[in-house]
Design a protein. Sequence first.
Length: 325
Amino acid sequence: MIIYSRNRRLRVNQSIRDLMRETTLTTDDFMLPIFITEGKNIKEDIPSMPGIYRHSLDLTIKEIKELWSLGIKAVNLYVKVNDKLKDNTGKEAWNKNGLMQDTIKAIKDAVPEMIVMPDVALDPYSIYGHDGIVEDGKILNDATVEALVKMSVSHAEAGADFIAPSDMMDGRVAAIREALEENGFPNVGIMSYAAKYASSFYGPFRDALDSAPGFGDKKTYQMDYGNSREAINEAIKDIDEGADMIMVKPGLPYLDIVSKLNEIVDVPISVYQVSGEYAMIKAAVQNGWLDNDKIIIESLTCIKRAGASLISTYFAKEAAKLLNK
Ligand code: PBG
């Protein structure tokens, strides 16, 4: 039998496989989402996210230095807000001396080259756990955008490199861009969570920040997971409004969206491998059902292969250690 075309020739040994590989991870592909809480010397477990902690600011800074030494160059910041500071306006979100603003300053003081992307949305500050201001059981769009603008400017004043609105209100990217320009921050970028789906994969994150919606769900602002054309519409509008980078979220189950957007848009696409994806993998690893190191590298490589320029992942630190080996 003569088979002229044998695909296996290009897989015969590790050297040829290395030479043929299209997608290779580096630590430059990662951002690490981190959770900050009030207090000193605090490191709290998040039961649904084994290996991930809420750190107080002092320990966060130690962590940031370690991340930098591992080659991680960007962090996404999320704060756990004291219940006493929560209300329906979210005003603590633009407190100049709030936990987020203090964290941004402290990180930029300690490691100025670390790219800092604070999350912009009201949910950690909202008594309702919603990303916007609530009136008669509805999430107000325009009033929320005004709040997000104040929040964004306060992040820029604290030293943020990129503003990262994850709220999915309409028109917020343009409003934030305008405010950044007007307030003297032309070089502060916007990474918009453009294609953010209403997903059950966010459960462990809401445990981490105690930010689960108190009523209803987020389906009037986050997208329906049955849709993909809507993601293109969201992305194109955010880019028109001035987003420098867009994000798709969640990651692994949504790689068709990443791939599609990669064909259409000309800005970098970041992908968020979210808390529920992390939790699923860790649970299987803890049961001995999946190989931790292999599954981390495979899942992240696949996200990059689909078209991600950057991956926000709770595995960033572990993956960096594996890649640095
Ligand atoms: C809040 C926000 C959420 C996540 C990032 N920003 C939760 C939500 O929208 O309810 C989820 C991230 C994760 O699950 O890891 N605006």
